[in-house]
Design a protein around this ligand. Structure first.
Ligand code: ADP
Length: 270
């Protein structure tokens, strides 16, 4: 169905108006398509954990079970509930981002301290997975930004690094001053990402390999959220990777903004 207006004479005033309207219609349709795809992908992601919950509960009800078996079923159910909770939070974040409602408080944030804090928080999980977590000492690095959002960004990066690094691997976090701002790097010695997938990993719901990520449970939203946070801070997020050798994610954030910048706490990430 073509909703565009027919342009009779492209050079007269009506023709120019029609062309402008057509551009707007095309833009709106693209945005509707994106929304439709987002909703369909989100529904698809919700279906899997719900199906698992249902079958676990059914099995538990069907026959009498030992206390140990009941316990195992409950543990599986909890795991799926956690997965759903995380997904709901991620979807909510992205909806807010689309509406331009990601709050970016402007406070002074010590990035070196923040990264160390998140690394310490993740250490038990890394140890459980047999992965070494290391933070390189750095000079004091400060930017103007939202500590909660930046914490979420580092959490996602480290969560990925742990998920995609096999036992015996190593993850290093580093921050350095760069051009008045900072450069933070999270590198791992994990499975890496094939070259042809690299440009797409920041897309919503994009996963390199469905089979590979099935048991790790991500919906492919983590990196798109990280990039949105970086950009809402006027920064950039890049990724470098070599298959079978490891991955590096680089976050650059600009120097504190000059006075007169936005301080109302809202920013649209585009
Ligand atoms: P997910 O929540 O599925 O991990 P992300 O958006 O965070 O989604 O990442 C997208 C995809 O990029 C992942 O499914 C994974 O295939 C790949 N990926 C992300 N980080 C790494 C990493 N450190 N090492 C290897 N692959 C990674």
């Amino acid at each position: 169905l073509d909703r565009r207006i027919e342009v009779v004479n492209p050079d007269d005033e009506l023709g120019r108006l029609a062309r402008t309207l057509n551009t707007m219609i095309e833009r709106l349709e693209r945005s509707f398509d994106e929304t439709r795809r987002f909703t369909a992908d989100a529904a698809h992601e919700l279906r899997t954990p719900l199906a698992v919950l249902r079958s676990e509960a059914e099995v538990a009800l069907r026959q009498p079970r030992s206390p140990e078996e009941h316990r195992r079923v409950l543990e599986n159910i909890l795991e799926e509930v956690d997965r759903l909770t995380r997904l709901a939070e991620q979807l909510l974040f992205l909806c807010r981002e689309d509406a331009g409602l990601v709050p970016v408080a402007r406070g002074s944030v010590r990035i070196d301290e923040l990264l160390s804090e998140v690394i310490e928080h993740m250490r038990p999980v890394a140890e459980e997975n047999g992965v070494m977590l290391h933070v390189e000492p750095s000079a004091s690095t400060e930017v103007s930004g939202d500590a909660d959002q930046l914490r979420r960004l580092f959490f996602n990066l480290l969560d990925n690094a742990i998920k995609y690094t096999p036992r015996g691997g190593r993850i290093v976090g580093r921050v350095e001053p760069s051009g008045g701002g900072i450069l933070a790097i999270v590198s791992d010695t994990g499975i890496g990402i094939p070259h042809e997938h690299l440009p797409r990993v920041f897309e919503r719901f994009y996963r390199v390999d469905q089979a590979r990520t099935q048991d790790t449970g991500g919906a492919g939203l983590g990196l798109s959220i990280c990039r949105a946070i970086a950009e809402a801070h006027g920064g950039q997020l890049r990724i470098e990777s070599e298959l079978g050798r490891g991955t590096r994610v680089l976050l650059s954030l600009p120097a504190a903004r000059p006075q007169g910048g936005r301080t109302d706490g809202h920013h649209r990430a585009e």
